[in-house]
Design a protein around this ligand. Structure first.
Ligand code: C2O
Ligand code: CU
Length: 498
């Protein structure tokens, strides 16, 4: 840890504490230093079977108890287990079905974040699963290889449910990704890393929830305990000279800036899959919901620490309360004395059909402020935008205040055309479904809605800071046959909601 940063974080912590003491601010946690001596847990690959040509998975949302850091067990939730869930994996072109049973005490949904699929299968707030019930989602994988994830999305309860442990990865493969020169042995040199922060009581082992439901201040809960795949202070043994980390920011609010103090890494993929080419970089900023795949070079016998340095949150008020000064270690890589040699990352540039600006048939603008998008809070019964099936559209998105927000669009992977008129940096040159919004900057995004029309079932767009989303920073769009409109009265009249 660089002393200057540590001092900065301590200072910010002290300042926050002082302000909290005056009742000006809720308390914020700075991150605790821990020993990295627990092996990284690797989420198991979910089992599946083929029924009538369909790859079928079962997934159960369950109540559980989990012990963190060897402390007494605390109440958690997970899929097929006590915390987090198995990794689902499927290939482009496959027809799949996931049968989700809800064994929780309350209603849930399961959303396939980053997936291009029919709206009725999306698992957003309009596809609730009551306790004791099973919901089947079924679709054909129709997008490039990528690291996606799944998590609950019941309106108003997403933060609580994700925080309790409900989340998992969903990996997609395709011909390009399988032929790519990239480490690809799951759990060995191709490592899933779900990064989350929690407020862990280091005496009782309890996950404190006071920071949820608005108790964590403007941005939500920022925990002082960092976990990777549910393990606090994890290390991973590496037996090759290159290792691929599939990083997911699975936190409810915290933004990370992930890298190593002593080496650069190759950023090879972002939310929607492989970049046009590897990007050499020192670190990658990841806001909640975003993913990045990096390839890290390793030397025999060494240890390398993945860490998060204070993230650049853009122009922001009270940045220390949003984690702007927090720097901490995340995951240690421990190299064997003999390392298998792997080639430099490379792949046939995915068939690049950049979306054509000239083809855009609609241009929409979205401004985020407080808990409103374009002045309106989320309303389950109101359709905010109606999109024609097949349309290419440009969405200009702006964060209108000095508070951290990001923007996620369901169903599509977009490309960033420009930020304040300038071309995006190399790390934003690929397909994205979630993007951090620095205050007052205009992000021009292009996307194509080439799925099925369904005027009855809306998709969501929203801030992925889960407290913001729960409190209304979300809107709904439907995809309809060109020339038709959304169902009168909105979706609320059709599914018993509202
Ligand atoms: Cu990751 Cu609308 O969600
Ligand atoms: Cu937000």
């Amino acid at each position: 840890m660089i002393p200057r940063r540590a001092a900065g974080a301590a200072l910010a912590g002290a300042l926050a504490l002082a302000l909290a003491g005056c009742g000006l601010l809720p308390s914020t946690s700075s991150v605790e230093a821990v020993d990295f001596d627990e092996p990284l847990a690797i989420p198991p690959l979910a089992e599946s079977r083929i029924e009538d040509g369909v790859r079928v998975f079962d997934l159960a949302a369950e109540e559980g108890r989990t012990s963190f850091s060897g402390l007494p067990a605390t109440a958690t939730r997970g899929y097929d287990g006590g915390f987090l869930g198995p990794t689902l994996r499927a290939a482009r072109g496959e027809r799949i079905a996931v049968r989700v049973s809800n064994e929780l005490t309350d209603e849930t949904t399961v959303h396939w974040h980053g997936m291009h699929l029919p709206a009725a299968m999306d698992g957003g707030p309009h596809q609730p699963i009551a306790p004791g019930e099973t919901w089947e989602a079924s679709w054909t994988i129709d997008q490039p290889a990528a690291t996606l994830w799944y998590h609950p999305h019941p309106h108003g309860e997403t933060e609580n449910q994700v925080h309790a442990g409900l989340a998992g990865l969903f990996l997609l493969d395709d011909e390009e990704s399988l032929a790519a020169e990239l480490p690809s042995e799951y759990g060995a040199d191709d490592v899933p890393v779900v990064i989350q922060d929690r407020d862990l009581d280091v005496e009782t082992g309890e996950l404190r929830v006071d920071g949820l439901d608005g108790g964590g201040g403007e941005v939500g809960l920022l925990g002082g305990t960092i976990m990777t795949n549910g393990v606090v202070g994890a290390f991973h043994r590496v037996s090759s000279d290159r290792v691929r980390l599939r990083l997911l920011n699975g936190s409810t609010a915290r933004v990370y800036d992930l890298g190593f103090a002593d080496r650069e890494v190759d950023l090879v993929a972002t939310d929607g899959g492989l970049l046009p080419e590897p990007v050499r970089t020192g670190s990658v900023r990841l806001s909640p919901g975003e993913r990045a795949e990096i390839v890290v070079g390793m030397r025999p016998g060494e240890r390398a620490m993945l860490r998060s340095t204070p993230p650049d949150l853009g122009r922001i008020a009270a940045g220390f309360a949003a984690g702007e000064n927090d720097g901490f270690d995340v995951l240690e890589l421990r190299a064997d004395d003999d390392l298998r040699s792997l080639p430099e990352p490379s792949w046939d540039a995915p068939e690049r059909r950049p979306l054509d600006e000239a083809a855009a048939s609609a241009h929409r603008e979205f401004e985020l402020e407080g808990r409103r998008i374009n002045g309106r809070e989320m309303d389950m019964t109101r359709i905010d935008e109606t999109v024609s099936a097949g349309a290419t559209e440009i969405w200009t998105v702006r964060n209108g205040e000095m508070s951290p927000h990001n923007f996620h669009v369901h169903d599509v992977q977009f490309e960033v055309l420009s930020i304040d008129g300038d071309p995006p940096p190399a790390e934003l040159a690929g397909r994205k479904d979630t993007i951090y919004l620095e205050a007052f900057r205009a992000y021009r995004l292009i996307m194509r809605f080439d799925g099925e029309a369904d005027p009855d079932a809306p998709y969501m767009y929203h801030c992925h800071l889960l407290q913001h989303e729960d409190e209304g920073l979300m809107g709904q769009f439907v995809v309809v046959e060109p020339g038709s409109s959304a169902v009168e009265g909105g979706p609320g009249e059709h599914d018993g909601h509202g």
